[in-house]
Design a protein around this ligand. Structure first.
Ligand SMILES: N[C@@H](CCC[C@H](N)C(=O)O)C(=O)O
Length: 283
């Protein structure tokens, strides 16, 4: 079978995008793995499948698969690429569209300069704490947030947990370049306190309006940027009293701007999205 695809990237987080608006596509985990493989396939952190929505008032549905084949709830950089994709492929001419994912409805806006702003929905705080409740561990309060001690490599690491639809555990580090992302990242991802695993964020606060961020993503490993990870880090920093409501996030592959007015409000993410090339693969 030959499959047409579009390779895209948002701040260096890269995607294989597949069009299922004309004919249904039942993407199997092994096909997602093959497409994501950088040597035997196309190469991508995630695979995105674009579908029409059956829900009135919603334009599209999109499904997200990590390059290990597991389907996940949310992908911020993917959402921006999604908007560019549906415009470049003539699937819509509307600058603002509504899209449903596994567990959220997102509003996406294509800006005149080609960047995309995504209403990422509201952060959720209690979801990831359930496995901590029975441990007798107590979190440390800071600002309006809670930092939970988690043992990693024999050290207690303080994590702030946020769900953006998908799970994130964020820690503050003095310097992202020397942070133990590749050693601690997989241990946090698979820590027994996170039965559904977690995306592990390492945030350096430069000032109240700027952070540097690296994320060891669930399944995909460290990526050049993580959109939901950027939202989770900024939300954490605001709640903990370290950041103001509008923050520039420097990831290794590019910059995003995240805005959050506080609990009860959605998180807004603005950043770039680009097509890299199009092709066909024999599967
Ligand atoms: N790169 C993404 C997040 C993709 C999903 C994540 N690895 C998970 O398993 O939750 C983003 O830009 O948000």
């Amino acid at each position: 079978m030959r499959l047409k695809f579009t390779k895209m990237q948002g701040a260096g987080n890269d995607f294989v995008v597949l069009d299922a608006t004309q004919a249904p596509l039942d993407l199997q985990p092994e096909t997602a793995r093959r497409l994501g493989d950088r040597r035997f396939g196309v190469g991508a952190d995630q695979i995105l499948v674009v579908e029409r929505s059956r829900t009135p008032g919603i334009d599209f549905r999109y499904r997200i698969f990590n390059n290990t084949g597991d389907e996940v709830e949310h992908c911020g950089n993917g959402a921006r690429c999604f908007v560019r994709y549906v415009h470049e492929h003539g699937l819509t001419d509307r600058a603002s569209i509504k899209v449903e994912t596994m567990n959220r409805v997102l509003e996406l806006h294509l800006q005149p300069d080609g960047r995309v702003t995504v209403d990422m929905g509201e952060p959720v705080f209690d979801l990831l704490q359930v496995p901590f409740d029975s441990t007798g561990l107590t979190p440390r309060a800071e600002g309006h947030g809670q930092l939970w001690p988690v043992e990693v490599q024999g050290h207690a690491v303080e994590l702030h947990m946020v769900s953006m639809g998908n799970p994130h555990a964020v820690q503050r580090v003095a310097d992202v370049d020397s942070a133990p992302v590749l050693t601690q990242g997989p241990l946090i991802e698979h820590h027994l306190r996170f039965p559904a695993r977690v995306n592990a964020g390492f945030m350096q606060v430069v000032n109240r309006g700027r952070i540097r961020l690296r994320v060891y993503e669930r399944s995909a490993g460290e990526t050049l940027a993580c959109g939901t990870g950027a939202c989770a880090a900024v939300v954490s920093g605001i709640l903990l009293g370290w950041l103001d409501g509008r923050v520039d996030v420097e990831a290794r592959g590019g910059s995003l701007t995240i805005e959050w007015a506080g609990p009860g409000h959605p998180v807004l993410m603005t950043g770039p999205a680009q097509t890299v090339f199009e092709g066909e693969i024999e599967l």
